[in-house]
Design a protein around this ligand. Structure first.
Ligand SMILES: Nc1ncnc2c1ncn2[C@@H]1O[C@H](COP(=O)(O)OP(=O)(O)O)[C@@H](O)[C@H]1O
Ligand SMILES: [Mg+2]
Length: 333
């Protein structure tokens, strides 16, 4: 390891040591302050080897948590391309970090994203996961997500909008600012306050580039139009992810998973009925490939089963778990 020693201009002061020192020398130069207290004994006595081992353990824990989050991503139904993109992104970020550690040139980590897709295709779900992933990877400090839409950003008089937008950004610092139906910010044209919100967002992106990930979400066509009308914005969002509508089989699998995680089971007849209803939903509903509709259906079905069981004074464990075809509830989806 090379150590760069810089002398002050008048040579009177001791040299300033710039590059990292081997752990031992570092310890001799700056002894760790002795802090009294429970549980500190081992730490203050620990040698540099112990420290290295602790660091390795921390790294292992981080890796475990990242693996857990990626396993959760895999557990989502469908979303094949989305999953691959997130995995690629994780590899990219990790390698840029390793390159930085080796003092190699690294690509700038600009991680702002555009999520395109219909409602209920998993955009918010994936955004939450991305926040957590980036936190574990050390890209974001907190990894939380602040969800907002036009009304949370745009005010009613001059100056109000910039303030409102800044407030949301402040809440999101260290995490993800997720703007749903972001295209609506450009709807009113030049004179609309939406433009002020976009300008405030762009400025904040620059000011907080190391500690904020912005995700703009919305219908595919509208988002394309939005980015076309704002070329300055487009260049700031290098990652675009498409969320396709779910197929019938995927919707069915999502429904079954939702029942299972809530400790319910469909009888074979109930599963057939669910498939039949989802099929008719697909041909009748505007945004049919939509997991939110399935979630509503699952929740309504659970309530209907409860009403059915409540008519008897007691129920067996099996009865409490089992969903029958007549429980499947499609009202007001
Ligand atoms: N691939 C999936 N697997 C399992 N559940 C999903 C999946 N996609 C979406 N969901 C569920 O569907 C609901 C709506 O998803 P959400 O992420 O809010 O969609 P969007 O933000 O695109 O409108 C949520 O309850 C979510 O948990
Ligand atoms: Mg959403």
């Amino acid at each position: 390891m090379t150590i760069k020693i810089m002398f002050g201009p008048d040579n009177q002061f001791p040299p300033v040591i710039k590059t990292p020192l081997p752990p031992k020398t570092e310890q001799q130069l700056t002894p760790a302050p002795e802090k009294p207290g429970i549980g500190r004994a081992r730490k203050t006595n620990s040698s540099s080897m112990d420290k290295e081992r602790d660091k390795d353990k921390d790294r292992d824990k981080d890796r475990d948590r990242i693996a857990e989050i990626l396993a959760e991503l895999e557990s989502y139904i469908g979303l094949v391309i989305v999953k691959r993109l997130i995995r690629d992104l994780q590899a990219f970020v990790e390698i840029q970090k390793r390159r930085t550690q080796e003092k190699l040139i690294a690509e700038p980590l600009v991680l702002h994203m555009i999520f395109k897709g219909n409602p209920g295709t998993g955009k918010t779900t994936v955004a939450r996961l991305v926040g957590r992933l980036f936190k574990e990877m050390g890209v974001l400090q907190k990894g939380h997500i602040i969800e907002c839409e036009r009304a949370d950003l745009v005010g009613e008089y001059i100056g109000h909008t910039a303030q409102k937008t800044r407030d949301q950004i402040k809440k999101a610092l260290g995490g993800v600012l997720f703007i749903d139906e972001a295209y609506s910010l450009a709807r009113g044209g030049e004179k609309d306050f939406g433009k002020e919100a976009i300008d405030a967002l762009v400025k904040s992106m620059e000011d907080n580039k190391d500690n904020l990930v912005l995700i703009l979400a919305g219908y595919s066509q509208e988002m394309d139009w939005f980015l076309q009308t704002n070329p300055g914005l487009r260049s700031r969002f290098p990652i675009h992810i498409d969320f396709p509508d779910y197929t019938l089989n995927e919707l069915l699998a999502i429904g079954k998973l939702m029942f299972k995680t809530r400790q319910y089971e469909l009888t074979q007849e109930a599963e057939d009925a669910l498939r039949f209803h989802l099929h008719s939903l697909l041909s009748s509903h505007r945004y049919a490939g939509n997991a939110r509709l399935v979630r509503n259906l699952v929740e309504k079905t659970i309530r209907k089963q409860a009403v059915r069981l409540f008519q008897k004074p007691s129920s067996s464990r099996e009865e409490l778990i089992r969903i029958l075809p007549e429980d499947i509830n499609l009202e007001n989806l």
